[in-house]
Design a binder for this molecule. Structure first.
Ligand code: F3S
Length: 646
């Protein structure tokens, strides 16, 4: 049986498991990327592994999210990441060099390679034929250390593209159409592969717009073939040698298939507040607007910006509209400056922003109250713009520019004949804002600079033969990760400062918990059903780890949080008899006298309530791999041990 493109890459990178749908597979990772908002934690985790140099072919640290420096915290984080990168063999893309996914596509992505990134839009790399997946910081740290990345083998969904896009209809309209058909849940557990005659009509940046928003489908990733178009793009980037052809076998089998006829598409818009709430621009035309933002990792390529510049040239932005434009990379920005297109953009009255995520991550440019904002971005969730009642519509750069001039939602097809804009034969190549890592010899003298906001990752040791600790906290059913580790603007700047974050741990349930945990230095948490539901944030396991939590004993776990506990090295335990929960009071003295031996041999875990004088059994819901991790003291130690044994 033939293979799909993704299956071919998976097969050539498989280090454990088999390729049966939904079974656990371990993948060798060639490249990693981080951005600054998640990068600090990923690098603290990497440091904690005690490995000198990254084992990947290429790891790149980007600064693009928190580039507004309104206090010392962000600048400290940038400096920490820069010096860590120098020391450990990671390339560093300085603030101002551009948005991670845009720059990675231009300068680092390689067809047929695997990439994981601590950012959900890492699948942008699929536009160049990479298997590019968004992952957690800890996963990225482990991959940098040479460990495998584990996922459940996805299903394959083929999107057949027929025909050719009409004038003024663009890649954004294709992915908005796919979102309309498949919805935001349509890609879950799947890899989306694009195929058919329409593929060769799309440039690499256009393909990358489509794979970027595969994240909004919930897909594991999306991928295009690597063909002659890909080769030309890489050649124009001076990277011919990175190209290799990649296509699915003619007899490849897909689990699902849909067809999109490009010739029949028209400009589309995702209406508030979901990327799959898609209507045609034609239906919305005439709606008064307040703001237009053009940029983000979805639509900030040279091609996007040139199309916008050609629409704006010689015109003026409508009085009622604020137009903000952020080119995706220094390469794009510089090319616009040199060929005069930047002059056309500035001349029309656009507010040009630095090459960064900017308004997409709420860093400035929030719309006015109830304001209608047209954005070329990928998400329009309520409040993400920074204005709670802002009404965000996701559109193509062409629709955005046409509307900015008219002051109302405008179908760009009303502009008349389209100026054909092609990709240049050579891009402007100047990597002076990418700093190469120090050589292994020089790296010994590199000092990692830590401002007061950078605190080490909590260390763990291999699981002891026994645990004796108090039930430091007893909670009920449905405890969320927000109860464990609250989020919010107040604590966001401390994401690289676990000691400071620990002041907030469980304070929603019990304001005294952090102080009590510090006093006793170790403890066990007792909980009810569905413990750890909600978001997947890894801090909800790392902060309790820092506070000395050794085990969590509950009636049942939410799946992702349970996995995060294992990664952190905290033993998850489930009551065999739920009545035992009722017989434990907070601050009872508990002991697990044979925990290590029992886990090693897969036996139920004996728990003694020393205060009340009775014993009972608990199960530990671990896979074989997780059991090894817990015995080693968590994912980092497990990876470190494997690395040292190689
Ligand atoms: Fe940045 Fe927005 Fe993309 S935050 S990485 S531009 S989704």
């Amino acid at each position: 049986m033939g293979l799909t493109i993704a299956q071919k890459i998976i097969k050539s990178h498989l280090v454990s498991g088999n390729m049966t749908v939904s079974s656990d597979i371990g993948l060798h990772i060639d490249q990693t990327l981080t951005q600054d908002a998640t990068g600090t934690m990923a690098y603290l985790e990497f440091e904690a592994m005690g490995i000198d140099r990254v084992k990947t072919e290429k790891s790149v640290a980007y600064i693009d999210h928190n580039t507004l420096q309104t206090g010392f915290e962000n600048a400290d984080d940038h400096r920490f990441i820069q010096t860590t990168a120098q020391k450990h063999g990671i390339w560093f893309s300085r603030p101002g060099n551009g948005i991670c996914h845009q720059v990675h596509l231009e300068r680092f992505g390689v067809p047929g390679k695997t990439l994981i990134g601590s950012d959900s839009h890492t699948p942008t790399g699929g536009g160049i034929g990479m298997l590019a997946i968004g992952a957690g910081g800890l996963d990225v740290a482990v991959a940098m250390g040479g460990g495998a990345y584990h996922i459940n083998m996805p299903k394959m969904l083929r999107v057949n593209l027929t025909g050719k896009l009409p004038a003024w209809v663009s890649a954004k309209d294709i992915i908005l159409k796919v979102l309309q058909v498949l919805t935001v849940k349509g890609g879950v557990g799947k890899i989306v592969e694009y195929a058919g005659e329409g593929v060769s009509t799309l440039t690499v940046p256009e393909r990358a717009t489509i794979t970027n928003m595969g994240a909004e489908l919930g897909a594991t990733t999306s991928i295009f073939p690597s063909d002659e178009v890909t080769r030309e793009f890489l050649a124009a980037q001076g990277r011919d040698a990175d190209w290799k052809p990649l296509a699915s076998d003619p007899d490849a089998v897909y689990d699902e298939e849909i067809t999109i006829d490009l010739s029949s598409l028209e400009p589309m818009a995702a209406c508030p507040h979901s990327p799959d709430n898609v209507r045609t621009v034609r239906e919305l035309a005439g709606m008064k607007i307040d703001q237009v933002c053009i940029g983000s990792c979805t639509n900030s390529s040279y091609l996007d910006m040139m199309r916008v510049a050609s629409i704006l040239k010689g015109k003026t932005v409508a009085n009622n509209v604020s137009l903000a434009i952020a080119p995706g990379s220094k390469q794009v920005y510089n090319m616009l400056a040199k060929n005069g297109a930047l002059g056309d953009i500035i001349g029309a009255g656009a507010r040009v922003l630095e090459c960064a995520c900017g308004p997409c991550i709420g860093m400035g440019q929030s719309p006015n109250s109830a304001g209608i904002s047209l954005r070329t971005f990928n998400r329009n969730f309520e409040g993400r713009s920074g204005t709670k009642d802002g009404q965000i519509y996701l559109v193509s750069p062409e629709t955005a520019a046409a509307s900015a001039l008219a002051g109302v939602m405008t179908d760009p097809r009303t502009l008349g004949a389209e100026n054909a804009i092609a990709l240049p034969k050579t891009f402007l190549i100047n990597d002076n804002m990418v700093i190469a890592p120090a050589s292994p010899e020089e790296a010994k003298n590199v000092e990692v600079l830590r401002g007061p906001n950078i605190k080490p990752f909590p260390s763990t040791t291999a699981l002891a033969p026994s645990i004796e600790a108090k039930a430091l906290l007893k909670v009920g059913d449905n405890i969320t990760t927000d109860h464990i580790m609250p989020a919010g603007a107040k604590i966001l700047p401390y994401r690289s400062n676990i000691p400071r974050l620990s002041d907030f741990c469980f304070t929603v349930c019990d304001p005294d918990f952090p102080e009590r945990a510090r006093k006793y230095k170790k403890g066990i948490i007792v909980g009810g059903h569905n413990y750890g539901q909600g978001s997947s944030r890894e801090h909800a396991a790392l902060v309790p780890l820092y506070l000395g939590i050794k085990a969590v004993l509950v009636k049942s776990f939410a799946r992702i949080h349970c996995a995060n506990l294992v990664n952190a090295g905290i033993v998850p335990l489930v009551f065999q008899n739920q009545n035992d929960y009722d017989q434990i009071d907070q601050m009872d003295e508990l002991s697990l006298p044979n925990i290590r031996a029992e886990l090693e041999s897969g036996l139920p875990v004996t728990v003694k309530n020393e205060t009340k004088g009775f014993a009972f059994h608990a199960d530990s819901p671990l896979t074989d791999r997780q059991r090894k991790m817990i015995l080693a003291g968590g994912l980092l130690n497990y990876t470190k041990a494997k690395h040292h044994s190689v």
